[in-house]
Design a protein around this ligand. Structure first.
Ligand code: GDP
Ligand code: MG
Length: 163
């Protein structure tokens, strides 16, 4: 089967936006509100004559903030099934949040390659802020903006190299 890249991260960081951006189509639901029930979505990407499958896992719906940890656990479980690489998405504008740390902790246990991606780097001057994500333990993040189409090829090349 094809190598699989699963997009994981806390709600609202832009996982589905990145998924759609890479797909070049609006396949997954993008929402301002965390907790919309979404299915596991996949599409195939071709980078330098190699195909791999990208997976977006929205997880189950949540309305209660107290259930966020559970939600993330569930989402990661869905995402990691069969995953060869985890694309760990964080929000450059928010910096590291407790939920990011929670995700990082779970990902570390998996012992699979993790590609750290800081989304919402819409303008310039994100390098300084985004460098704090190094502390999550997955190296320097790739700084992207799904909204403003920034550094897409850097992301797909990094995916290619991580496989
Ligand atoms: P998910 O919950 O991680 O799947 O996040 P979504 O893809 O649903 O996006 C959550 C919110 O972030 C939506 O309002 C998106 O429009 C917004 N968003 C996604 N990517 C970007 C980005 O690069 N820049 C900005 N400013 N907003 C973004
Ligand atoms: Mg989503």
């Amino acid at each position: 089967s094809l190598p699989q890249v699963s997009i994981v991260g806390r709600p609202n960081v832009g996982k589905s936006s990145i998924f759609n951006w890479l797909a070049g189509r609006r396949l997954a639901i993008v929402d301002d509100m965390a907790g919309v029930t979404r299915d596991r979505m996949t599409f195939l990407i071709n980078e330098k004559d190699r195909y791999f499958e990208i997976v977006d896992t929205g997880g189950i719906g949540i309305n209660d903030v107290d259930e966020l940890d559970e939600e993330i656990e569930h989402q990661i479980e869905l995402g990691i099934q069969g995953a060869d690489v985890l694309m760990f998405v964080v929000d450059a504008r928010d910096g590291i949040t407790p939920l990011d740390r929670s995700v990082a902790k779970r990902l570390r246990k998996l012992e699979k390659p993790v590609l750290l991606v800081a989304n919402k780097c819409d303008g310039d001057n994100w390098e300084t802020q985004a460098s704090e994500f190094f502390a999550l333990g997955f190296g320097q993040p790739i700084l992207v903006s799904a909204k403003n189409n920034r550094r897409k090829s850097m992301l797909t090349e990094a995916l290619h190299e991580s496989l």
